[in-house]
Design a protein around this ligand. Sequence first.
Ligand code: DC
Length: 227
Amino acid sequence: MRAPIITVDGPSGVGKGTIAMMIATKLGFRYLDSGSLYRSLALKIYKKNKNFEAALDNLDEYLKDIHIDFQYTPGGKAKIFVNNEDFTQKIRTEEVAVLASKIAKKKSARDMLGDYQRNYISTPGLVADGRDMGTKVFFDANIKFFLTASVEKRAERRLNQLKDQGISANLPNLIQELLLRDKADTERLISPLIPAKDAIIIDTSDISAEEAFDITINIIKENLKNL
Ligand code: DC
């Protein structure tokens, strides 16, 4: 029997990374931040060719030479290496997020990363966050959450996260960037950002991460009685 899988999907800044990691820590499960894979791939290709759009037209050429490796520490956030270079911090900017959203439209990139993500399943279980975890990559997940929140709240949270990492940004720009990225992620043809039919939807606009975590963990406990 495969290990239990919990998916947490939603748009940027909705708190899914924080909540998914809290769930993983509580249950002792492995945590997969699928967005970090798209970010890493995009940044690696951008470093090779600043004409990113042209590189996307020849994506297969680039993909075959790229090796992504998570170094996982139980209870912690994995470090991410691309061809042995540590990308863990470098991928956290909004510029890289925009590149990631562009590469995310490409089938060959999604196929490569989809295989990678499925190989990440591990006992005693996996919590995976992203855009298509519940609809596509782990369509047979045991429990699926889809988080939503107003764009203003998401931008505020993103601003605070970036500040904590010493990255400067301003709120009106972040709101515009999030709206553009939501549009690109929702309207793309392959694996668009939509809730799975069997997803539990939670609006995190007016609740704290701890409150959202409590809601999810109660649902998980009810559904996975043997945990
Ligand atoms: O979650 P994030 O902000 O790190 O994701 C960055 C971009 O990567 C996001 O705008 C779309 C893409 N992405 C995706 O298409 N599918 C995923 N499962 C995760 C991220």
